[in-house]
Design a protein around this ligand. Structure first.
Ligand code: SF4
Ligand code: SF4
Length: 158
């Protein structure tokens, strides 16, 4: 058996080796991946919007029906290690993406801070910054294109 030592699991284990409990704990609860994106059919370029999925609680930044979400939202992506490495649109602050790229978690992540509020206090989460897709027509989405879900404020701070 491999010895992962005393370092925190995300610094030692590849995504593929994490237990389901470790995997779930890695999500920082930012909610960015629950925002709708627009894709340019010609270039494949992605534009983020601040339009939240119908099941997103825009304050808690949580899925309202996580266990059964795919019954309501069939195209909700269930992340696994392979998908993290394959998807090009995961937000740059996403903990899965960071760890998948061999990077560490930032101070606001609850596994570092010990507090699930710090992701909100740091302005990383979508808290109170979204509108719901419910009742919205596709052609209206362009009015809600937003850059911040695709940005990492720590890149500017570096
Ligand atoms: S973007 Fe990543 S860290 Fe944030 S809620 Fe989605 S899966 Fe979790
Ligand atoms: S179904 Fe839930 S987890 Fe999936 S995108 Fe919507 S709010 Fe997020």
């Amino acid at each position: 058996m491999r010895d992962f030592g005393n370092k925190p699991f995300w610094r030692e284990k590849p995504l593929e080796a994490m237990s389901s409990q470790e995997w779930e704990s890695l999500c920082d609860g930012c909610g960015r991946c629950c925002l709708n994106k627009l894709e340019d059919w010609d270039s494949g370029e992605i534009a983020w919007t601040n339009v939240g999925c119908q099941l997103l609680d825009g304050h808690a930044c949580r899925c309202r029906d996580y266990e059964n979400r795919q019954a309501t939202v069939p195209d909700c992506v269930a992340l696994d290690a392979a998908k993290v490495r394959e998807l090009t649109w995961l937000p740059p602050t996403c903990a899965y993406r960071l760890v998948g790229e061999g990077r560490d978690l930032y101070w606001w992540h609850h596994l570092i801070s010990g507090d699930r509020e710090t992701v909100h206090e740091a302005g990383i989460s979508v808290r109170d910054r979204t509108v719901s897709e419910v009742g919205m027509e596709l052609e209206d989405y362009e009015a809600y294109v937003a850059a911040w879900p695709g940005e990492n404020p720590m890149d500017d701070a570096a």
